[in-house]
Design a binder for this molecule. Structure first.
Ligand SMILES: [Zn+2]
Length: 270
C-alpha cells in the first residue's frame, strides 16, 4: 500500500508540473517516516502521529496524511454498532493458531503480540495466517448499544494481502490465565518488541462457542484500509477486573468510535 502510495505520488510528479507537486512528493516521503505502519515496523519509540483525542484524534485521522484519507471518506469503515443482524449459514471458524507469540510490544497505541508463523485460520474457502493480536479499551464494537470492557483483535492475512480479523469481546469476571500473563508482562512504556512470555497461548483468549457476526470493514486505526473481513465472536470471554485495570492504566481510551454502517448488512452465524 505504501509502495502504491509513493508510486502514485511519483507518477504525479512525472506527468504533472514539478513545482506544483514537489511539496506533495516531499510530504509523501516524509509520510513514509511518520506513517503508523512504518513507525511500527521501524521504531515504535518515535511516538504516534495519530491519537484517540484532540487535534490528532479520530475525527482528524483522514486529514493527517493523504494515505489516510479513507478514514474520513470511506464507506466501509470499522468499528460499527451492531443492533440488527441477519442469520446466515456462515462457515465455521477453523482455528489452528500457534501456541505462543514471538514478541510483545507496547507500540504507543496498544499492547500487541506478534507472530513469525502464527498458524492458520480457515473460513470457508479462505485461508489466513495469524500475524498479531492486540487490545482495545473499551471495546470498539458495540452490541445492542453496549460497549464491553475490552476487545481483542486477532489480525490474519491471506495470500493476497486481504485481512481477516477475529474480534473477541472481554468482560470483567473470572481470571483468564492468558490475559493475566499478558497484563503481568506487558511493557509499561512504548518501545521496541521484546520476547513474549511462552505461557501466552492465544487460544486461551477464545470463548467456548465460536458463533460470530460477519461484515466487510476496515482497519480501526490509520490508514483505515477497507480490506478487512470482520468476524466478531458473539460470546465474550471473562478476564479479571484487575487485569483490565492494569491495561486501562496504560491505555484508558484506545477505541475508535462506531462508524456508519452505510449500505452494509451484518450477518450472524446460526
Ligand atoms: Zn484493533
Amino acid at each position: 500500500m505504501l509502495a502504491k502510495h509513493v508510486l502514485l505520488k511519483i507518477a504525479y510528479v512525472l506527468i504533472g508540473d514539478l513545482d506544483m507537486h514537489r511539496r506533495d512528493l516531499l510530504k509523501a516521503l516524509t509520510g513514509l517516516a511518520l506513517c503508523p505502519l512504518c513507525a511500527r515496523a521501524a521504531s515504535s519509540s518515535e511516538g504516534p502521529h495519530w491519537s484517540y483525542e484532540g487535534a490528532h484524534g479520530p475525527d482528524h485521522w483522514g486529514d493527517l496524511d493523504p494515505a489516510d484519507r479513507v478514514c474520513s471518506v470511506g464507506s466501509q469503515q470499522s468499528p460499527i454498532a451492531i443492533d440488527a443482524s441477519i442469520e446466515a449459514r456462515l462457515p465455521p471458524l477453523e482455528i489452528a493458531w500457534a501456541e505462543r507469540p514471538d514478541t510483545i510490544v507496547n507500540n504507543g497505541h496498544t499492547i500487541q503480540l506478534n507472530f513469525g508463523d502464527g498458524g492458520a485460520l480457515n473460513v470457508g474457502s479462505q485461508t489466513y495466517k495469524l500475524a498479531q493480536f492486540h487490545f482495545h479499551h473499551p471495546s470498539e464494537h458495540l452490541i445492542d448499544d453496549k460497549h464491553s470492557a475490552m476487545e481483542a483483535h486477532f489480525v490474519h492475512r491471506n495470500a493476497t494481502g486481504s485481512l481477516g480479523v477475529i474480534g473477541v469481546l472481554m468482560t470483567a469476571g473470572k481470571t483468564n490465565p492468558a490475559f493475566a500473563k499478558i497484563a503481568a508482562t506487558m511493557p509499561q512504556t512504548a518501545g521496541e518488541p521484546v520476547k513474549a512470555d511462552p505461557g501466552i497461548d492465544p487460544k486461551g483468549l477464545l470463548p467456548a462457542k465460536l458463533g460470530y457476526y460477519a461484515y466487510s470493514g476496515s482497519l480501526t486505526t490509520p490508514p483505515c484500509s477497507e480490506t478487512v473481513e470482520w468476524m466478531l465472536l458473539a460470546e465474550p470471554i471473562e478476564v479479571a477486573a484487575a487485569d483490565i485495570a492494569a491495561f486501562a492504566k496504560l491505555y484508558p481510551m484506545n477505541a475508535r468510535p462506531a462508524q456508519k454502517l452505510d449500505r452494509r448488512f451484518v450477518l450472524h452465524s446460526v
